[in-house]
Every structure is written in C-alpha cells, then in structure tokens.
Design a protein around this ligand. Structure first.
Ligand SMILES: Cc1cc2nc3c(=O)[nH]c(=O)nc-3n(C[C@H](O)[C@H](O)[C@H](O)COP(=O)(O)OP(=O)(O)OC[C@H]3O[C@@H](n4cnc5c(N)ncnc54)[C@H](O)[C@@H]3O)c2cc1C
Length: 459
C-alpha cells in the first residue's frame, strides 16, 4: 500500500493530472473503448509532457506498481488499463507537426489517427494507419498497423522513422535506424513492451483524394465473392487496396432501405492511383458480378478513414479472435460462409486484410513483425451494445475461430488478440521471439511494462 504523502508528492511533480478512485472523473478516466473491460486502477497519471512520463515511470517502478500505458485506449483486450496499478495515460500528449519539405509528421504519443489524418491532409499527405479514426497511434503502430494503405505503402511500422521513448529506468532515448537500432527493431511490431513512446516520426506519402468505398453483395453469393476476391487481390495494382468483410447492413443512410439489416459480404476499396486509370482498375469488380451496392466514389482520404466511426462508437462490448492466413482454401471459405451467416448481432463482423505489396517487401526478420510472408490477417469480431449479449457474441467468435484456426498460419496479429497467453505470443513472433526476449532483457529487465502482449525478459 502506497502512503498518501508519497502520492501527494508525486502529484505535485506533475503538470498533468493524477486521478484517484474518489476523484470526480475517475469513472470516465478508467473507461476504455471496449465496454466489456471494467478495471479499477489505483492511480491514473494523465501526463502532459515527457517530464510527467519520466516522473510516472519512476514512481511506478520505485513503488513496485503494476504499470499500464494508455495511448488511444482502443485495445480489444483492454491493455491500456489495469486493476490496482498505475496507468500512464498519454491522452494529453496530443500534437502533430508536419514537415512538408522532409515529408514527415511528428506525432505526440497520445494522438489518435484522426488527429494525424487531419494534420497531414491539410498538406496533401497521408501515412498508413488503420480503418477507424478514433484508434490510438501508439498501440496500433507498435503492434504493426494494417489498413487502407498496406499494399501501397506498407504497415505503419514500415513508415516509422523514429520514436522518442521513456525506458523502464526513466531514461529518455530516441530509437531509430541510427540510434538504439535494436530497440527500433523491437518496437516495430513488439508492442508496448520496451518503454513509453512519447513521440513518433512517420514518413508521409502524397495521398490526398482517393477513390474508394464499399461494394456489397448478398450473402447467398458469398462463396463466389470470396473466391473471386482471393484470386483478384494479389493480381491487382498496388494502388488498389480492398479488405473483405461480412457484416449486417446498418439501418440508415447511406445504405438503401432494401438492404437494411441484411447480412451481406463487402469489400471496402481504397484506390490511390491516377484518376485516369481508375475506370480500368475498377472494371474487373463491375465485371465479376454487379454488386447490390456500388458505393465507390472520390473522397478525401480522411473521409474513408472515419467512415466506420459512427457504426462503432466507444463503449460497445467487443470480443475478437484472429489468425494470419497463408491460403484461403475453398474449404476455409465454406466455413467462413457458414459461420458468418450465423452472425449474432448487427455489429458483429469478420474482416480479412490483405498483406502483400509493400508490406511483403520487408523481410520476416527485418522488424519484429514476423509474418511478412503471410497473405491475410483475419479477425472475427463479436460486438454488441448490450452486455446481456456478451455470452452469445463470445461463443460465436470462439466457435467460428476454432473452425477456421486449423486453416491458419499459426500466429495472429497482436493488435487483434485478446489476452491469450504466452504460447500465442510466441506463435506470433516465431523466430523473432528470442531476439525480442534479449532486447526486453536489456531495456526492461524487471518486466515493468507487462500489461501488453507480453514478452518476458530472459531472467
Ligand atoms: C474499432 C477498432 C478498429 C481497429 N482497426 C484496426 C486497423 O484497421 N488496423 C490495425 O492495425 N489495428 C486496428 N485495431 C486494433 C488496434 O491497433 C489495437 O487495438 C491497438 O492496441 C490500439 O491502440 P491504442 O493506442 O488505441 O490502445 P491502448 O488500449 O491505449 O493500448 C494498447 C497497447 O499498446 C500499448 N501502447 C499504446 N500507446 C503506447 C505508447 N505511446 N507507448 C508505449 N506503449 C503504448 C499499451 O501498453 C497497450 O499494451 C482496431 C481496434 C479497434 C477497437
């Protein structure tokens, strides 16, 4: 038990806030994106700058506290928060600085992707992220970063140039190809295991207006759509990304009334190439079979990035399970169609993200993210606003995952995992695991940062 004087002294060192269980705002401060997660930390240090982060890390370590790092709070397993311990909340460290000459953006550790897209779009640039703008830059990047620009520009980590970090011993360092290159290797996929990232520096790409949106087909056509999608994506130009999903059409605009609440399959496209070539690029999609909804049009990149935000507001109940997939066989497709037609709630969904193009041109051992040679990242997601349905969405997800897991490559994308134990983490890092253990031992020998997909130090 930490005494009150020690806590008051810590509070006095912070420019940000220290939130305790009896404080007004405590319940809001401990909420994370997944409404299923209900944890009660002893202290939440809402840091306003690097000095606050150093103070918080030193306080957590000296007082032997369990320490969680909170970026955007989106983690499905709730790894941005903990029971009883100290949460280092970075949400006040929100700044962006675009350098249009160098084509880079520097991003505070507490930014969301919406913050980044807003800043970079004003200059006609973008950098790869995820598909929902409220997701934190911190967790998404450190786990890898899959999204609409994966085929064209690679994962988020492939565009990370440097990170400012506070280490477990309180030291402030930069990790890049030039400085602490072992640490730089590890944070590109190794999650929040190695320290608190207070700033990220990303490479920018001249991407501003894109042509994209969804094409929807009835579930009765799902087998043919999936087979066609599987064969089409690897042959498509890298300017075109498309992730596949099963979903239930939300009952409102922009969807036509006749599709409302229908279970369907969809590909969400993002084309970043020249407008002159767009008709040719989209022609095979029209030729394959006219979709029930052809929602492709020109839009600012941030509009696509935030298109799903209203469907998935914070506070819904989430349970998800994932796998990497090398081959999407006809048998696996048949199982997908079977389980997807049993989706239990309107928000439940399955996504398949292509991993190829620029993401494939990085070697399995070049960064900690070891599944460069796989083809798809699959995630099955049970979601509903009502906690009374938790059992149902969890059971559907588990059954679906168990049926498909034998067709998978073994590991899963860490950012799509629940708390699934050490073997699952090892299966994900494969032959990068031992090197990660050694780097963890060097930078965090006591495993201070263990509220994550944990890599234990060697001693
Ligand atoms: C609705 C939704 C959509 C998603 N879409 C995508 C997608 O399209 N592509 C994709 O790749 N992923 C996606 N994800 C998964 C997402 O990448 C992970 O949930 C990720 O962990 C979220 O990061 P966060 O900072 O918001 O999370 P938090 O819950 O704040 O943190 C998650 C983990 O990251 C660590 N962490 C966070 N910030 C830092 C930091 N600055 N320094 C050190 N450690 C840190 C924490 O310790 C914790 O272990 C999605 C998640 C949701 C819920």
């Amino acid at each position: 038990m930490i005494n009150e004087t020690t806590i008051e002294e810590f509070k006095a060192t912070l420019r940000g806030q220290l939130i305790q269980p009896n404080d007004e705002g405590y319940d809001d401060a401990r909420k994370v994106y997944n409404g299923m997660i209900d944890r009660r930390p002893r202290l939440i240090a809402r840091c306003s700058d690097v000095a606050d982060v150093i103070a918080a890390v030193n306080f957590g370590r000296s007082n032997d506290m369990l320490v969680a790092i909170r970026g955007g709070g989106h983690n499905g397993a709730g790894l941005g928060i903990c029971d009883d311990g100290l949460v280092i909340d970075l949400s006040l460290i929100k700044y962006t600085r675009v350098d249009p000459e160098a084509r880079t953006v520097r991003v505070g550790g507490g930014c969301t992707w919406g913050d980044v897209d807003h800043a970079t779009h004003a200059f006609g640039f973008a950098t790869p992220s995820g598909i929902i703008s409220t997701t934190g830059v911190g967790g998404l990047t450190l786990g890898g970063g899959l999204g609409h620009l994966t085929r064209k520009c690679g994962l988020s980590i492939d565009n990370l140039l440097a990170a400012d970090m506070v280490l477990a011993d309180g030291r402030f360092v930069t990790a890049s190809a030039e400085e602490n290159d072992d640490l730089f290797w590890a944070i590109r996929g190794g999650g929040g295991n190695f320290g608190v990232v207070t700033a990220f520096l990303f490479r920018l790409h001249p991407i501003s207006t894109i042509i994209g949106g969804p094409t929807l087909w009835p579930l009765e056509q799902a087998t043919e759509v999936m087979q066609w999608y599987r064969d089409f994506i690897p042959t498509a130009p890298e300017d075109l990304n498309g992730f596949f999903a099963f979903l239930t059409v939300p009952p409102g605009p922009p969807f036509p009334e006749q599709l409302h609440l229908k279970k369907m399959c969809v590909v969400v496209w993002c084309y970043t190439g020249s407008e002159a070539d767009a008709d040719d690029v989209f022609q095979p999609i029209k030729e394959f079979g006219p979709p029930a909804l052809y929602g492709i049009h020109s839009m600012p990149f941030p509009a696509l990035q935030s298109a799903f935000d209203p469907i998935y507001p914070p506070g819904l109940q989430w349970y998800w399970k994932a796998d990497f997939v090398n081959e999407l066989s006809d048998e696996a497709i048949a199982l997908h169609v079977k389980h997807a037609s049993e989706m239990p709630t309107m928000h439940s969904t399955t996504h398949l993200y292509p991993i190829d193009g620029a993401a494939h041109r990085v070697g399995n051992n070049d960064t900690a993210w070891s599944y460069r040679d796989t083809k798809w990242s699959q995630v099955i997601v049970g979601v509903d606003p009502d906690p009374a349905n938790n059992e149902q969405i969890t059971a559907w997800t588990k059954e679906y995952w168990e049926a498909l897991h034998p067709y998978s490559a073994g590991g899963a994308y860490v950012n799509f995992m629940m708390d699934e134990g050490e073997n699952r983490v090892k299966a994900t890092y494969r032959d990068n695991y031992e090197r990660l253990v050694a780097i963890k031992h060097k930078y965090d020998p006591t495993n201070l940062f263990r509220v994550n997909q944990n890599i234990k130090p060697s001693v």
